[in-house]
Design a protein around this ligand. Structure first.
Ligand code: LP5
Ligand code: MN
Length: 255
């Protein structure tokens, strides 16, 4: 269990923003433009920005950091960090190969999945969310393989173009398999959610992404009232969750 505790730093009136599932790639310039605008506008007013995975459509390894599209995003992160905003990133199922080189270049801090934070006295548990989709047995098997450190070492030893081709093949297969799976199978499993919440002693709030089903769920668990926020994706229009001492609200981007 990793506790990441944000103490009051004199900026407690500033909100904390949470986003996930941007799936940024050079072939979707509209999403990238919306994100860069967000980093230069709303995000500058925040105390912290938490990115809960799938920032990129995929990440083939930190040796791809020099790519022009990646560099444009890194430069915007650095600018935001220099303006005093703490930026945190958690791996998603598409960009779990992001490592120190990217994080250092972008001036962001890598968080474990899950991570518990405390904001305005409230305990908030953060996760990407794919680990909670336990009914998706084929995905969980795939996940076990690719999260294995020996597998990753071997994969990263291959040339970047070969890695990208392998990822393209997996993406095609994943899209095909998803078309055969029911919506229920690809959602979080309620027992897995309950198990996680119990393991973290019933935090007031759970925030995750991955399922692309933005919603505010109210959970009653062993006498505790818990809110589960599911973040939206940025395919069409982006959105973010804003949390301050008054609570959380989901905000849709207008551009
Ligand atoms: O991302 P999303 O929401 O579209 O779909 C996910 C699951 N799919 C994936 C795959 C990624 O989308 C694409 C690849 C990401 C690149 C990672 C980089 C490093 C890995 C390189 C591997 C060569 O995560 C999808 C879920 C869905 O979420 C909902 O939860 O259903 O899962 C799948 O569709 C996976 C298939 O069911 C199983 C695929 C088995 C492929 C086995 C190939 C052999 C193994 C190769 C080496 C491990
Ligand atoms: Mn995901």
């Amino acid at each position: 269990m990793k506790i990441h505790d944000d103490k009051s730093d004199g900026a407690s009136l500033k909100p904390n923003l949470f986003i996930s599932d941007l799936h940024l790639c050079a072939s979707r310039p509209h999403s990238t433009a919306a994100f860069l605008h967000f980093l230069q506008s709303s995000a500058t007013q925040a105390r912290a920005l938490y990115i809960l995975g799938d920032l990129f459509e995929y990440w083939a390894g930190d040796d791809d950091v020099d790519d022009a599209h990646h560099q444009s995003i890194i430069a915007a992160f650095r600018q935001l960090a220099n303006a005093g905003v703490n930026i945190y990133f958690m791996h998603g199922n598409r960009d779990f190969l992001i490592s120190e080189i990217f994080c250092n270049a972008a001036n962001i801090t890598l968080l474990q999945d899950p991570t518990l934070i405390t904001l305005s006295g409230k305990r908030i548990l953060l996760s990407h969310g794919d680990d909670l989709c336990t009914d998706d047995v084929a995905y969980q098997e795939f996940r076990r393989q690719v999260r294995d450190s020996a597998w990753q070492k071997d994969f990263l030893s291959q040339p970047l173009p070969s890695r990208k081709s392998r990822i393209e093949a997996i993406r095609l297969r994943s899209e095909h398999e998803k078309s055969q799976k029911s919506a229920e199978i690809m959602d979080v499993n309620q027992d897995a959610v309950a198990h996680l919440l119990k393991a973290y002693s019933y935090p007031e709030v759970l925030i995750h992404g991955h399922t692309h089903r933005p919603h505010q769920h109210h959970i009653q668990l062993d006498g505790h009232d818990i809110t589960r926020w599911v973040l939206g994706d940025w395919y069409e229009h982006g959105s973010y969750l804003l949390c301050d001492e008054n609570g959380c609200e989901s905000i849709a981007l207008t551009n």
